[in-house]
Design a protein around this ligand. Sequence first.
Ligand SMILES: Nc1ncnc2c1ncn2[C@@H]1O[C@H](COP(=O)(O)OP(=O)(O)OP(=O)(O)O)[C@@H](O)[C@H]1O
Length: 273
Amino acid sequence: MTVTSTATEPLAPEPPTAPEPTTAGHQPAPRPVVVLDGLGKTFGSGQSQNTVLEDVDLTIGQGEFVALLGASGCGKSTLLNLIAGLEAPSKGAMEIPSDGVAFMFQDANLFPWLTAQGNVELALELRGVPKAERKTRAEALLALVHLQHAGKKRPHELSGGMRQRVALARSLAQDKHVLLMDEPFAALDAITRDLLHEELTRIWRHTGRTIVFVTHNVREAVRLGQRVLLLSSRPGKVIREWRIDDAQKQPEQAALLADEMTAALRQEISRHV
Ligand SMILES: Nc1ncnc2c1ncn2[C@@H]1O[C@H](COP(=O)(O)OP(=O)(O)OP(=O)(O)O)[C@@H](O)[C@H]1O
């Protein structure tokens, strides 16, 4: 087994937008930033051995938005942990960014004693941004998530959606190419989630980040992903992939795609009932 790292250069402070199409709408092939080759993960040993992932082959290009869909317990979070370098694979090879990744979870996990701006400034401090620059950069990041007026508020004074926006600004403050998101909007109401989908799409286009987004929600996957990957259960591997262009995100087409994905997901779940 070899675990290698790609040498990705750090993001510029003002990241570029995602690459424009070249001729006749053809996108240049994005540079791979995550490569998983025959990846497997087994927890425990002997009687309690649990092979969660097996033969996962996946290449994610720079600037792509990939949604990972799968039944509960199929290994989505484990896959993110492997990409983050938090877990080591049991089998296979992988290339992940040498400068690490940013992670965002369902729970914002903000420090309650710090203001919204303080939470973002702390992430900047941890990556070595000089004190004199932190305030301006944190303000710019809070403006990016439309929270320019809430910088002085503490987490308990913010709504769930606002807390997730702060968490997103904090993830962006880490200035990594790759952002892993593990069901970040699952606990939010439908209207707030809808607003955050718009915000995240705008921010993704603006920053050119590579995003891997785990969800149970088929509509969320269609709404956000350029690629939607369906993981099987026991063991988890990528069994289907949909590529979704902007035209397919229009309501009628999106509903059809969501129905197709729901049927595939149901079929996968019923295999294990
Ligand atoms: N550190 C660990 N040690 C042992 N088993 C683990 C560990 N992490 C995950 N697992 C097991 O791996 C399996 C997959 O878990 P994982 O959290 O990756 O699934 P998931 O698809 O993200 O689930 P959900 O959608 O419910 O969050 C589960 O059976 C879980 O118990």
